[in-house]
Design a protein around this ligand. Structure first.
Ligand code: ADP
Ligand code: MG
Length: 701
C-alpha cells in the first residue's frame, strides 16, 4: 500500500546511512579483501575441518554468505585438487556461467583455465580446470559415462533446496558413489533450513551453519488483490525512485515477456515523468532485465556499478531469489508469482505455468532487500493471501513434471525397477507411469519396460526424448542432415528478431523465409540460407535474425553431429525434397497432433484440447489451413498456442502413431498393424498394472 511506504521512509533513510557505508566499503576494496568480508570467511577453518572429518556435509547459509563462490576455492586451497577436481552443480545455467566468471576473476585466472563451466551444449573448461561449475543436468549426464565420477574429488551440490529434477536424481546416484568411493566427498548446500532432510537422507551427516549477517526487512502488503501486477510493479518502482532514499530496486516477475514489458513501461513512465514535471530527478534509473535466455554480456550488467550514481532497478525471474546475489538492493517488489514447469495431465505433457510462489520463496525474495542494510519488501498481494493461499514450501520438480528423460536415464543406468531407486521424495506413480507410457509410445521402451535399441540410442543425446527420436527417424528416413538442423534450431531461443518499433518490417522479413507447409521447415530454410550466405552476421541483421541464436544453433548442431559420428550414424540428406522431413517430424510428435476445427483453430486429436495456430505461423501462408498438424509444444498465454507447427498427412498419423489413430478406409495391412499395436498396448498396460500393484505394496510397507 502507498501510505505504508510514506510512514516508513524516515526509518529507511536512517538505516540507509549505515548501509551506504557498507557498500562503499565493498566498492573500495580489492576482490581479495571482499572475499574476506563474506560471512563464510569467518568460519573457513572450522568448515574445512568438518569436511576433512566427514565424507558428506550439509552446509546451510543465507544467500550471499559466500557458499557458491567461496566453498570451491577453500577446497582448492586446502589441497583437494591435488588428486582430482572439484565440481559444483547449479540448477540454473545462468548461475553456473556467472559464478564461474566471478570465481575466475577472484582467482585471477582466465575463465576456462583453472576455473570453468559446463552447461548443455557449452563446455568452457580445459585440461587445467580444477574448479568446474556446471548445471546439475550436466553432472547427471556425466554419470552415464562414468558411474563413479572418478575425476571428481569433491562434488558440491549447490542450491539443493531448489530441488530441481536433476538434483533430486543426483541425490540418489551420489549416495551410491559415496558408498563406493571412500576418497570422494560430497557437500550439499542449502539456503533455507530444511537441511535436516538432506542430512537424514545421507545417514544423519553433520549440518554446518554459516552465521548470517542480514538486516531487518520491513514487509508491506497490498491492501487489495492487484489486477495487473506489471502495472502495479511499475507504479511502485516509480514511487520508490521518486520519493525514497538511495538503494537499488529488485522486481520479481515470472518470465521474459513480462520482464521486457515491465522494463519498457518503466522506461516510458520515467521519460514521461521527467518531461511532464520537468523535474530534475536527482538520479537516473538504470533499468536492467535478467532472465536465463538473456545474452551473457547483458546478464553481467546487473553486477556493474553505474558510473553516474544512478539507481539500479533489476527486473528478474526467480533466478535472483537465491542463485544470484546483487549487493546494494534495498527495495524488493514481489509480484508473488513465478513460472513453474508442471505436468498437465489433461494435456498429457509439461507446460510452463504461472503459479503463486510458496511462502518460503516469498520470504527468500523479501530477504534480498536486507543484504547491505535494512530494507523494504513490497508485496503486491494481500497479507491474507500470504497466510492462507500460499503453500509453505514449493513442490519438488520431480513430483510435478514429466519424467521421460529421468526414466530413460535411470533405465540406461540399469535401474530396471524405478521403485528400487533411492528417491528422497519419490515421484507420484502416475507420473512414472505416464512417462513410461510416453516412452513406450515413442518406441524407446519395449512391452516389458526395458530400453529398446532406439531407446539406447536416444539416451546418447542431451535432448528431450521426442527430439532425440526425431533425429533418429531422420536417419532412418535418410534426411538426417535436414532434421539435425531443425533439432538444433528448436534447441535455441527463437532466432527471429522482432523489435517493437519495427514490428511490420521484421514480420515482412520473416515471411520471406516461410515454407508454407511448416514452421519447422521454415527454421530449416532460415539456417540453410544463413549458411549459403557464409554464416554472415550482417546478413542476419539485414533479415531481422538474431546472430547469437543462429550461432548457438550452429554450435548445437556440431555437437549433436559429434554424437552421431561416435554412434557411426551417417549424415544422409534428402536434398530439396522436404516432404520426407515432415514425416520424420510427424514420427516423433504424433502425440502432439491436432485436427482443424475452424480458421486457425484446432483440437488435439487425442484429448480434444483446443489449440490455436500462432499468429506468426508460416502455415497461414498456405492460403488455407491444413486439416492435420503436429506441433512442437503448446504455449499457454492468453490462448493455447501451438508453437512451431507442421502440416501432416492423416495417413502418416495412422502409420506412425497407430496406438492413437486409425484411418477410416480399410487397408488390411494397416489393420494387421493396428491389431498388433493394440496387443502391444494391452501388454504394456498389464506391465504398468503390475508396477502399480508393486508400488501400492511398497507404499504399504
Ligand atoms: P551464496 O552462494 O552463499 O548465496 P555467493 O557465493 O553466490 O553466495 O555470493 C557471495 C558474494 O559474491 C555476494 O556478495 C555476491 O554479490 C558476490 N558475487 C557473486 N557472483 C558475482 C558476480 N558475478 N559479480 C559480482 N559479484 C558477485
Ligand atoms: Mg549460492
Amino acid at each position: 500500500g502507498e501510505d505504508g511506504e510514506i510512514d516508513f521512509k524516515e526509518e529507511v533513510a536512517q538505516h540507509l546511512k549505515k548501509g551506504e557505508a557498507v557498500s562503499d566499503f565493498a566498492k573500495s576494496k580489492s576482490l581479495a579483501q571482499q572475499r574476506q568480508y563474506l560471512p563464510i570467511f569467518s568460519v573457513r577453518d572450522e568448515l574445512l575441518q568438518v569436511v576433512r572429518e566427514n565424507q558428506v556435509v550439509v552446509v546451510v547459509g543465507e544467500t550471499g554468505s559466500g557458499k557458491t563462490t567461496q566453498l570451491t576455492q577453500y577446497l582448492h586451497e586446502d589441497g583437494y585438487t591435488n588428486s582430482g577436481i572439484i565440481g559444483c552443480t547449479q540448477p540454473r545455467r545462468v548461475a553456473a556461467m556467472s559464478v564461474a566468471k566471478r570465481v575466475s576473476e577472484e582467482m585471477e585466472t582466465e575463465l576456462g583455465n583453472l576455473v570453468g563451466y559446463a552447461i548443455r551444449f557449452e563446455d568452457v573448461t580445459g585440461p587445467k580446470t580444477v574448479i568446474k561449475y556446471m548445471t546439475d543436468g550436466v553432472l547427471l549426464r556425466e554419470t552415464l559415462k562414468d558411474a563413479d565420477l572418478d575425476k571428481y574429488r569433491v562434488v558440491v551440490m549447490d542450491e539443493a533446496h531448489e530441488r530441481s529434477l536433476s538434483t533430486d536424481v543426483l541425490f540418489g546416484i551420489l549416495k551410491k558413489v559415496v558408498a563406493r568411493r571412500r576418497d570422494f566427498k560430497l557437500i550439499v548446500t542449502s539456503a533455507t533450513l530444511n537441511a535436516q532432510k538432506f542430512s537424514n537422507f545421507f545417514g544423519s551427516v553433520p549440518i554446518f551453519h554459516i552465521p548470517g549477517r542480514t538486516f531487518p526487512v520491513q514487509t508491506l502488503y497490498s491492501k487489495t488483490p492487484c489486477e495487473d501486477y506489471v502495472e502495479a510493479a511499475v507504479k511502485q518502482a516509480m514511487t520508490i525512485h521518486i520519493t525514497s532514499p538511495p538503494g537499488d530496486i529488485l522486481i520479481f516477475m515470472t518470465g521474459q515477456d513480462e520482464i521486457e514489458a515491465t522494463c519498457y513501461a518503466l522506461q516510458e513512465r520515467m521519460e514521461q515523468f521527467v518531461s511532464t514535471t520537468r523535474a530534475k530527478v536527482t538520479n537516473n534509473l538504470l533499468i536492467l532485465p535478467i532472465y536465463s535466455q538473456l545474452p551473457a554480456d547483458l546478464q553481467a550488467k546487473i553486477f556493474e556499478k553505474p558510473e553516474d550514481g544512478a539507481r539500479k532497478c533489476i527486473v528478474a525471474t526467480n533466478i535472483a531469489e537465491t542463485s544470484l546475489t546483487v549487493d546494494g538492493v534495498y527495495y524488493v517488489i514481489d509480484t508473488g508469482y513465478g513460472k513453474m514447469k508442471v505436468y498437465n495431465p489433461r494435456m498429457g505433457m509439461d507446460a510452463l505455468q504461472v503459479f503463486p510462489v510458496s511462502r518460503a520463496a516469498a520470504d527468500q525474495r523479501a530477504g534480498r532487500a536486507g543484504r547491505t542494510g535494512p530494507g523494504t519488501c513490497y508485496r503486491l498481494y494481500t497479507e491474507t493471501a500470504y497466510q492462507n493461499e500460499l503453500l509453505p514450501q514449493p513442490v519438488p520438480e520431480i513430483q510435478r513434471t514429466n519424467l521421460g528423460n529421468v526414466v530413460l536415464l535411470l533405465k540406461s543406468l540399469k535401474v530396471d525397477n524405478l521403485l528400487d531407486f533411492d528417491f528422497m521424495d519419490p515421484p507420484p506413480q502416475d507420473n512414472i507411469l505416464n512417462s513410461m507410457y510416453q516412452l513406450w509410445v515413442l518406441g524407446a521402451l519395449s512391452n516389458t519396460g526395458s530400453l529398446t535399441d532406439l531407446g539406447w540410442k536416444m539416451v546418447e543425446f542431451p535432448l528431450d526424448p521426442a527430439l532425440a527420436k526425431m533425429l533418429l527417424m531422420g536417419s532412418q528416413l535418410e534426411c538426417l542432415n535436414e532434421v539435425l538442423t531443425i533439432v538444433s534450431m528448436l534447441s535455441v531461443p527463437s532466432v527471429f528478431f522482432r523489435p517493437k518499433d519495427r514490428a511490420e518490417e521484421s514480420d515482412a522479413a520473416r515471411e520471406k523465409f516461410f515454407v508454407p507447409e511448416s514452421d519447422h521447415l521454415t527454421l530449416l530454410n532460415v539456417y540453410q540460407q544463413w549458411k549459403a550466405n557464409q554464416y554472415r552476421g550482417d546478413w542476419c541483421n539485414d533479415h531481422y535474425l538474431q546472430v547469437k541464436g543462429l550461432k548457438k544453433a550452429r554450435e548445437v548442431r556440431s555437437q549433436l553431429l559429434d554424437i552421431l559420428k561416435t554412434l557411426k550414424i551417417p549424415l544422409t540428406s534428402c536434398g530439396p525434397d522436404w516432404d520426407i522431413v515432415r514425416k520424420a517430424i510427424c514420427s516423433a510428435y504424433f502425440h502432439n497432433a491436432a485436427r482443424l476445427k475452424g480458421v486457425g483453430e484446432y483440437v488435439n486429436c487425442r484429448n480434444g484440447m483446443p489449440c490455436h495456430l500462432h499468429p506468426s505461423s508460416a502455415l497461414y501462408g498456405l492460403g488455407y489451413t491444413p486439416d492435420y498438424v503436429v506441433y512442437h509444444e503448446l504455449l499457454l498465454t492468453t490462448k493455447e498456442y501451438m508453437q512451431c507447427a507442421t502440416s501432416v498427412e492423416p495417413q502418416w498419423l495412422a502409420v506412425l502413431g497407430p496406438m492413437f489413430f486409425s484411418v477410416k478406409d480399410s487397408d488390411t495391412s494397416m489393420l494387421e498393424h493396428k491389431k498388433k499395436q493394440k496387443e502391444e498396448k494391452s501388454a504394456m498396460e498389464e506391465e504398468m498394472e503390475t508396477l502399480r500393484k508393486q508400488q501400492g505394496e511398497a507404499e504399504i510397507r
